[in-house]
Unconditional design. Sequence first.
Length: 462
Amino acid sequence: ESGHWYGSRPENETSPYQPPYGAIYHPDTVGSGYMDDKAGGIIRIISQNLTFDGQLQASGMNPYTVVYGASGGSIYIETTLVRGSIGSIHAQGMGCDYNNGFLCGGGSGGRVAIYYSSAASGGLWRPDEVGVYGGPGSSYGAAGTLYIKDTSTGLDYLGIPDQVSYDIADIETSGRTFLSTERSDFSFDHLFIASSQVLVIQAPNNQSISLTVHRLTGESGGRIIIPSNSSFVYDVGTSAVVGASIPIKANIYVLEGGHLHLPQNLSLTQPMYIQGTLHGVDNIEASVADAWLNLYDTGRTSASSSSSSSSASNYTFSTIILHPGSSFYRYGNINLRANVTVYPSAHTPSDMANFTSPVPTYLPSLDVVVNGNDTIMIPTCYNYTRGSGDLFLAMYDRCMLSSGNHVYNRVIVSNYATLHIDGKVTINASFVHVDFHGHISATGGGGQFIWPSPDPSRDDFG
């Protein structure tokens, strides 16, 4: 069982209680309660100027019944100039009494929407704390939704935050967060999914949804589920540097009949399960131990032919790189066309050569060469120059630039790559891009990195 639902519902829930409901952009409904559990109400503030240093509370109330927890309500704030930074906003679900061996469900979180102007307010504003998480139980209630829009820039944010007041929930038995019935085509500049949360790209009434985001962040373990006839589009637009790998900060499940659109160059850091159609991806790097690439016989890439001489599903990529500790799994009969490179300690099927063309390349174990000071000897960077004078470090690449003036068109340091500077180095380049986990380090005596940027507005230091 699970508790009352507002923006979410529990996995495999079949009880007759209130299904998920409520609006993301303009929440205006109360939560759901049970017996003596009182659900969250509605708070609506519309004011030209707002000073906010207090607390807004529209959470479910608690006597912790043994059946269901009450869900959170709605909070809507619309203002231009906002001051204050120590206030808190809560529309969270309440828990149920599961410590005595009862099977019960926590209430889901409510919905919060905030509209303000960063230009009028002197910069970005966030309250000190916002809680729309679900309540604890033998089945945790899922989080609600937090929507923030900066009316001066037009940029907006949708957050599916964590259950920060409780232990991390078991994601297999926790609720799922849904979008809303406000529209069938959603778009957000920034989507955040916390570690124990699951976002289903579907309306509460099982309506198909298309969701486009331009920035995706989150924590390890957060999930996105794309059901049949729904689509998720991760469109980084012109913000991505050509050639740089885009990390995916969530587990992604595209179910049979669903569609997943991702950037051309993908840095896989968490599991991805393809049972539907994968669009746009040409190069995949499974870069860490938690990176699992799972291809099913019900899925395919849009670049593959829908017809085949065999009954196998077709997947086509230019390259797949499986770094140490990463994993590749296939389920059923598939044909994979890609140049696959497998590092030592990466996990692959024993018969991978039977369904992959050309035959995968398995790299031998590499010996670490050290000098007298027990430091790793790093190759020089000329081996990594690609294209028209580009210095491109792919994931886990390491190289060293020695003293002097180095001229490149572009310098790109991908996630977990390291550019070492030995001595005084000047780089002349049109721009430099460093991914979030990329590194530039100065080594040796008096190491310096000098870069007279021609256009700082184009630079991107993660």
